[in-house]
Design a protein around this ligand. Structure first.
Ligand SMILES: [Zn+2]
Ligand SMILES: [Zn+2]
Length: 341
């Protein structure tokens, strides 16, 4: 069986893996769909190979084999990739900080005891049973494959929620920004302003309920005009590029909050004097809890959060290299592309 791995800058290759029976605590998942994440594209554009386990980390599939000691899921179950439960034995867990479990953090990065030799850009994946969550039956496969990134946004917005009536600014209208926008609306923001250079994505944001959707070149003036010169109450950074870390602070009011959701690779230029003068509260978010994962599935399953609007296409596994080139080119009209092995 072969799996697609990012083996070097702008290189994605199929690598052969031997199939063996699952260990007693593992399951074999036949992958139905695997989303291409922004970080997959960032890795593709960066020098050197990507960590194999992370090449395809947003997937859904059916358990075709379960190890002898696996009891919480069964063969035939439709499941979704998720972080494992807290381990109970790392220093953070021992300190009572189960929600900051180091094993969970390692798993988020595809490392540690739950590491796999490849990710979900493959027909099948053998993985520890703790890394899968049964899919809510109300979800389509396309929705199920998009729960993982939606849960990341849910976690971030829940941690730094707008207060009722707040002016919320969302930078970036890719899958993360468009998902964050919907959570921000659900959480009670009074006005939402999406900042995004791509026309199609700006329209998508309006269709999903954004009050305003504007080009970055006019953002500072526009936000000032709509806030009597104050700036946004809370700014969600979802573009995931170094330049937008500082611009998030530029768009926030004095005493405002900035939530970092998009993952910028590399260092970002910032103006400490402005952060101080503005007394900005910055929060950063990574991952989610299993409870938040279940909640996310509930919101998507009953239609309060629309992930179908984010899904712009499905490609075969054999087309993955061309798709990566297209997405990395920066001119693509795609938002979320799913790969069907
Ligand atoms: Zn991702
Ligand atoms: Zn732990």
């Amino acid at each position: 069986m072969h799996a697609a791995l990012i083996t070097d800058k702008e290189t994605i290759e199929f690598v052969e893996f031997e199939e063996s029976a699952p260990d007693s605590d593992q399951v074999v998942v036949d992958i139905t769909l695997c989303g291409i994440c922004g970080t997959d594209i960032h890795s593709f554009q960066s020098p050197g190979p990507a960590w194999p386990a992370t090449c395809g980390h947003e997937w859904t599939g059916i358990i075709s084999k379960a190890g002898s000691e696996v009891t919480r899921v069964d063969e035939g179950d439709r499941v979704i990739i998720a972080v494992p439960p807290s381990c109970g034995s790392c220093p953070a867990c021992h300190a009572g900080q189960m929600n900051k479990c180091q094993t969970v953090l390692m798993a988020t990065m595809g490392r540690g005891p739950f590491e796999t030799p490849h990710g979900g850009f493959a027909e099948r994946l053998t993985i520890h049973h703790g890394r899968v969550v049964p899919a809510n039956p109300d979800l389509t496969d396309e929705q199920a494959a998009q729960i993982e990134p939606a849960a990341i946004c849910f976690h971030a917005v829940r941690a730094t929620a707008p207060r009722l009536g707040d002016v919320a600014v969302i930078q970036g209208a890719g899958p993360i920004g468009l998902s964050a926008l919907q959570w921000v609306l659900a959480a009670g923001a009074g006005t939402t302003i999406v900042v995004e250079p791509n026309n199609t994505r700006r329209d998508l944001a309006l269709n999903l309920g954004a009050h305003h959707s504007i080009d970055p070149s006019i953002a500072v003036d526009f936000v000032a005009e709509h806030t009597r010169g104050l700036g946004g109450d809370v700014v969600y950074e979802c573009a995931g590029i170094p330049a937008t870390v500082q611009s998030a602070v530029d768009l926030a009011r004095r005493g405002g909050r900035v939530s970092l959701i998009g993952l910028a690779m590399g260092d970002a230029p910032m103006s400490p004097r402005q952060w101080l003068t503005k007394e900005i509260n910055v929060s950063a978010a990574l991952g989610y809890t299993h409870e938040e994962f279940e909640m996310t599935m509930g919101y998507v399953g009953d239609g309060r959060i629309d992930l179908d609007a984010l899904h712009s296409g499905t490609v075969a596994l054999s087309e993955i290299a061309d798709t990566f080139v297209e997405l990395a080119g920066g001119q693509s009209e795609h938002t979320k592309v799913l790969v069907r092995p």
